[in-house]
Write a protein that binds this ligand. Structure first.
Ligand SMILES: Nc1ncnc2c1ncn2[C@@H]1O[C@H](COP(=O)(O)OP(=O)(O)OP(=O)(O)O)[C@@H](O)[C@H]1O
Ligand SMILES: [Mg+2]
Length: 222
């Protein structure tokens, strides 16, 4: 089983700007992939395509052979909520909700907030935020918000975790905490992880490194 991109291109705007050009990839289930490349090379855009959060202009993304663009609305919603965890480059926490409520948001959509509460607290404890679960996002530092966003992405124990610079605003101690959590989720839960990073030490720890340049794959270690 695998997540695959078949000649995926993405154009945006009118006149159109080419953002990704004919990307083909196969990511077997359980692989930990580091996605690197300069600013503007298309890393975030590729994550949106692979996760189905945005649609491709050409080509297709298939999860276990199923074309994401062919999924009906309800099926797509289930796929996003249950199989995909996404840590956005910019955190997108809900300002009016507490830390714990933000983490439980994906579970709440399925009426599973209550049964996931203890698990949510255990993840928050792992990222060093046990004492802060009743705070609002504005009462957190940028790095703390980042860790809440990671906890939220893990709450449903998704099959695929997309993380866009998850350690980007963290100091080295917390960056290591987050990296270890991702490695644990990968090893213990067999979670497929696709992580954008600028930190070469972290990229090297992934099983596979893919480098983008100008919307194309420049190097793939597999
Ligand atoms: N909605 C959009 N409209 C027009 N251009 C866009 C849009 N989104 C992204 N781009 C352009 O596409 C290119 C790739 O953007 P993307 O965000 O994928 O890069 P990135 O590799 O994630 O960069 P960074 O490391 O800075 O996060 C950039 O040149 C960007 O300006
Ligand atoms: Mg980006």
């Amino acid at each position: 089983m695998a997540l695959s991109a078949q000649q995926v291109s993405k154009r945006i705007g009118n006149p159109a700007t080419q953002i990704l050009t004919s990307i083909s990839l196969e990511i077997p289930d359980g692989q930990f992939v580091a996605l690197t490349g300069r600013s503007g090379s298309g890393k975030s855009t590729l994550l949106y395509m692979l996760s189905g959060l945005d649609s491709v202009s050409d080509g297709a993304v298939l999860a276990d052979g199923k074309d994401l663009s062919q999924m009906k609305r309800v099926e797509k919603a289930h796929f996003r909520n249950e199989q995909i965890g996404f840590v956005f480059q910019f955190h997108y926490l809900i300002a009016e909700l507490t830390v714990l409520e933000n983490v439980l948001l994906p579970a709440k959509k399925y009426g599973k907030a209550a049964e996931r509460t203890e698990f949510a607290k255990s993840i928050l404890e792992k990222v060093g935020l046990a004492e802060k679960h009743q705070r609002l996002p504005r009462q957190l530092s940028g790095g703390e918000e980042q860790r809440v966003a990671i906890a939220r992405a893990l709450i449903m124990e998704p099959k695929y975790l997309f993380a866009d610079e998850p350690t980007g605003s963290l100091d080295s101690v917390n960056g290591e905490v987050v990296m270890k959590m991702l490695e644990l989720a990968n090893v213990e839960k067999k979670m497929t992880i696709i992580m954008v990073t600028h930190e070469m030490d972290f990229a090297k720890r992934a099983q596979r490194q893919i480098q983008l340049a100008d919307g194309k794959i420049m190097h793939d270690s597999s």
